[in-house]
Write a protein that binds this ligand. Structure first.
Ligand code: ADP
Length: 382
């Protein structure tokens, strides 16, 4: 930074379990893959730092070149509407959000604490997945339950994938050559987890994920919206505990639970081509669900200028995009089939024809860039 050039990227896998390894790629060089005993996150980060300093694979001569570390943190509750420099109070606040994201926030804190132990003087920044959605009006984030559950348990819609929706909405405006303040955009982040967001004038005004990461459209293994009384009925009939039902909703539902084939859309598409009825049902439910959200959000924003597709499915599945856009022609979206077929594997651009009143685009997400920008800006302005 600030040139926004990727010097290196990497991944540490299977920390604390057998078969741990680190992958590291210096830009325009070969990837280094190292099998190593990595019992915890501090050791993992030590490997990362050592590789960054390595004579061949490295990109720095000394640690003093490292200006800051940016962390993706899943839940910032109502406390964080933007990224922050991490201090003890911030760590405590992230800790206080653990009940809201019991799987993710402890893991995020582990990374932050390990970095602090390893390089105590390095400034660190937290970028929250929920922050972008803090602009939602109360009518969009409240549930129709007794108000006391909001005040007692912070029970409300938070939304997730905020960094991705923020990036994609801004990039869409850039590609359209218009100020984001003048645009009504629906961003469709479709990955293993999916969410759809209404971005009006650059701010999130509604989003399909909620208190947790289950609602909205069907996902790889998550159910999407379900009538809660059905869940109560199943729990009663089968004597299920909340933890067991939670497992069903998060891990046994969606593409996987409906098809019995796979949670991976590539497998669903393949089975569909062979005539598998359940796979066809999954595809129909997926595109129907996405289209309904786009329609609802066009109403929520009283208009629509563009629909943007991103993440694994949004960036790589022309068939999903085509079927969604078919539903949206009544809104003025004129689809371009040839362009749609050509945009896969990280390619960016329009999938609507030139004069389409409502545009459709594919915009590969870049959460790392947003994290790097926020981190640079916060540290630079200190
Ligand atoms: P995560 O939410 O874990 O970051 P991704 O954004 O990587 O997930 O998205 C994963 C999803 O993208 C999977 O359902 C996968 O099947 C789908 N996907 C990836 N490549 C393709 C492809 N070529 N065609 C259809 N779906 C794809």
């Amino acid at each position: 930074m600030p040139q926004e050039k990727v010097a290196a990227k990497g991944l540490v896998e299977r920390i604390g379990i057998e078969g741990s390894r680190i992958k590291h790629t210096k830009t325009d060089s070969d990837t280094t893959v190292k099998d190593a005993n990595i019992p915890n996150h501090k050791v993992a980060l030590k490997y990362v730092v050592d590789l960054l300093l390595d004579g061949d694979a490295g990109v720095m001569k000394s640690l003093s070149e490292l200006g800051a570390a940016g962390h993706r943190v899943v839940h910032g509750g109502e406390k964080f509407a933007s990224s922050v420099v991490i201090d003890d109070d911030v760590i405590q606040a992230i800790d206080e959000c653990v009940p809201l994201a019991p799987l993710h926030n402890p893991a995020n804190l582990t990374g932050i604490k390990a970095m602090k132990e390893l390089l105590p003087d390095l400034p660190q920044v937290a970028v929250f997945d929920t922050a972008f959605h803090q602009t939602m009006p109360q009518k969009a984030y409240m549930y129709g339950l007794p108000y006391r559950y909001y005040t007692t348990y912070k029970g409300r819609r938070y939304g997730f994938h905020g960094t991705s929706h923020y990036y994609v909405a801004h990039r869409t405006a850039e590609l359209m050559g218009k100020p984001i303040e003048e645009l009504k955009i629906v961003t469709c982040h479709l990955g293993n987890g999916s969410s759809i967001t209404a971005v009006n004038g650059g701010v999130s005004v509604d989003t399909s994920l909620g208190f947790g990461t289950v609602p909205g459209i069907i996902m790889g293994t998550r159910s999407g919206d379900v009538d809660p009384t059905l869940l109560l009925h199943i729990m009663e009939q089968e004597g299920m505990s909340p933890a067991e039902m939670s497992h069903v909703l998060h891990k046994e539902s969606g593409f996987w639970g409906l098809s019995g084939i796979s949670s991976d859309l590539r497998d669903i598409e393949e089975a569909m081509e062979k005539g598998n009825e359940r796979a066809t049902l999954v595809m129909e439910m997926l595109v129907y669900g996405i289209a309904k959200f786009v329609g609802a959000y066009a109403a929520a924003m009283k208009g629509l200028d563009a629909v943007a597709f991103t993440a694994g499915i949004g960036e790589n599945s022309p068939i999903v995009r085509e079927k969604v856009c078919e539903y949206l022609s009544f809104l003025g979206l004129r689809f371009d089939r040839a362009k749609n077929e050509a945009l896969i594997r990280g390619k960016e651009g329009y999938i609507s024809i030139k004069d389409s009143p409502v545009k459709a685009l594919v915009v590969p997400t870049n959460e790392e860039l947003v994290i790097a920008r926020d981190t640079f800006e916060l540290i630079d302005n200190r």
